[in-house]
Design a protein around this ligand. Structure first.
Ligand code: NAD
Length: 483
């Protein structure tokens, strides 16, 4: 475990650490104990951070991709050197098991390395010729960094959601003001300490811890900010978009989900059960990509439910640092109560509880919940329609592939989906019919920085990762010349 100081500075602006005026209590969700208090910022700190970033942009935007790539590699190496400590911070602050924290930190390293490579490749293609249907003119296409950008991230994958924005923003040549979640600022504070040692010029990266209203709102509204990249809830995403609209800034939004795992009639049931548990209980189900609806072919339903119940009941819920832990704690009291409320409303609506729904009896403290499986969930109930963001899965059977696709697509969200089948042709057919930004076939929820992240409908605006993540931070300029 880590011994935290009583208070931590929550501002890193223009290369300097300082304490803001807002006191953010940071707790360990597995013990409910106070870890430390982070002194976060307000509108004034946001103003200073944007001013520092605007000044730094004059020089950073003129650096070569190779120079930026070298610094991104330094950050990746710094994260690698601090891997164990960062894993402990993730588990202490978020409640996720150490093995999940390791996946997060490795993802951060891979993301910085990937965008280092893209940055290094930018110099050769910053300017490219555009063929025109005229001999009288020539055209040159130029990609430039879009300016100072605001990055606002949630608490469920601290550092990962940050890396997916920060690495491409820096690679593009943008300067950054980052606002981590007030619930989980500790991993980002450590990331900032690593960045401070990476050789990045002062002012290019600025961190302002704080609440959504004190920091996120002024950041979204400020006219000096060219773009906001936000990950979080739909309700807040809408507010961010409304504020950004006043100064016509671009927004990238990564929001909620209500995703399905489809188990076709020829599926390997044990594989389907493993993927259903991974999709619903990883990170205690606090995933935008949670496959909280499982649609299973009629003929497999009974056996699938029997094996899913057995597996869910065997999942070891424990302290995130326990050697055998499979599922840790939910992030805080508010989230815990929200998920319990969903379970209660589901029961009132007539859903049938197969297992779970309560605190594990051996864990009297901490925000722990048993893996929970429902069936017979009414199609108009909140449990079926809304994002639960906890370890709760609803199982429903289907009589035909076409009906399964209708059920899966019947949601305002469209982030991800999973398909389990032995038939490659059926897998492609179903994947093509699903309204989702990412479909996994017979696979756990693996993510690669090379492949896009984002969804259809109300799950996203734009795509993160891959070259799309970089393009989100670039302006396109054409220079047309008479020849
Ligand atoms: P949230 O919307 O409450 O908060 C997200 C961030 O926005 C936090 O940093 C918060 O302080 C800030 N914020 C709050 N009010 C604000 C305001 N008025 N203006 C600007 N910023 C404000 O979300 P959360 O509870 O931290 O995270 C859970 C949500 O995030 C879920 O809905 C989940 O689906 C979503 N999420 C989506 C993805 C994705 O990739 N699509 C990934 C992770 C989480």
């Amino acid at each position: 475990m880590i011994n935290f100081p009583t208070t931590l500075d929550g501002l890193y602006i223009n290369g300097q650490w300082s304490a803001g005026r807002e006191h953010l209590r940071v707790i360990n969700p597995a013990t409910e104990a106070l870890l430390t208090t982070v002194n976060g910022g307000d509108e004034q700190a946001v103003d200073q951070a944007i001013a520092a970033a605007s000044e730094a942009f004059k020089r950073w935007s003129q650096t070569t991709g190779a120079e930026r790539g070298a610094i991104l590699r330094n950050i990746a190496n710094g994260v690698r050197d601090g891997r164990e400590h960062l894993m402990k911070l993730q588990s202490s602050n978020n409640g996720k098991p150490q093995f999940e924290a390791a996946i997060d930190v490795d993802d951060v390293i891979a993301t910085f390395e990937y965008y280092a490579e893209l940055a290094e490749g930018l110099d050769a293609k910053q300017d490219s010729n555009v063929p025109l249907p005229s001999d009288d003119f020539s055209a040159r296409l130029r990609r430039e960094p879009c300016g100072v950008v605001g990055l606002i991230v949630p608490w469920n994958f601290p550092m990962v959601t940050t890396a997916w924005k920060l690495a491409p923003a820096l690679a593009a040549g943008c300067c950054v003001v980052l606002k981590p979640s007030e619930v989980t600022p500790l991993p980002e504070l450590e990331l900032a300490a690593i960045i401070a040692e990476s050789g990045l010029p002062n002012g290019v990266f600025n961190l302002v811890c704080g609440t959504g209203l004190a920091v996120g709102a002024p950041l979204s509204a400020d006219p000096r900010v060219a773009r906001i990249s936000f990950t979080g809830s739909n309700a807040v995403g809408v507010q961010v978009m409304q504020r950004a609209a006043e100064t016509v800034k671009g927004v990238s939004l990564e929001l909620g989900g209500k995703s399905s795992l489809l188990v076709l009639a020829d599926a390997d049931i044990d594989l389907a059960v493993e993927l259903a548990c991974g999709g619903a209980f990883f990170n205690a189900g606090q995933m935008c990509s949670a496959t909280s609806r499982v649609l299973v072919a009629d003929e497999l339903e009974e056996e699938f439910l029997r094996r899913l119940q057995k597996r869910a009941q065997a999942i070891r819920v424990a302290d995130p640092f326990d050697a055998d832990v499979e599922m840790g704690a939910l992030v805080n009291q508010a989230q815990y109560q929200r998920v319990l409320g969903h379970i209660d409303r589901g029961l009132s609506a007539g859903a049938r509880l197969i297992c779970g729904g309560n605190r594990p009896t051996d864990l009297p403290r901490g925000y722990f919940l048993q893996p929970t499986v429902f069936t017979d969930v009414p199609l108009d109930s909140a449990l079926w329609c809304e994002e639960i963001f906890g370890p709760v899965v609803c199982v429903r059977s289907f009589s035909s592939e076409a009906k399964a696709i209708v059920l899966a697509n019947d949601t305002p969200f469209g982030l991800v989906a999973s398909v389990v089948t032995a038939d490659a042709v059926a897998a492609d057919r179903v994947a093509n019919a699903l309204q989702a930004g990412l479909v996994w076939v017979n696979a756990p929820q693996v993510i690669f920085p090379q492949a896009a992240w984002g969804g259809y409908k109300q799950s996203s605006i734009g795509r993160e990762l891959g070259p799309w993540g970089l393009a989100a931070f670039q302006e396109i300029k054409h220079v047309i010349r008479a020849v």
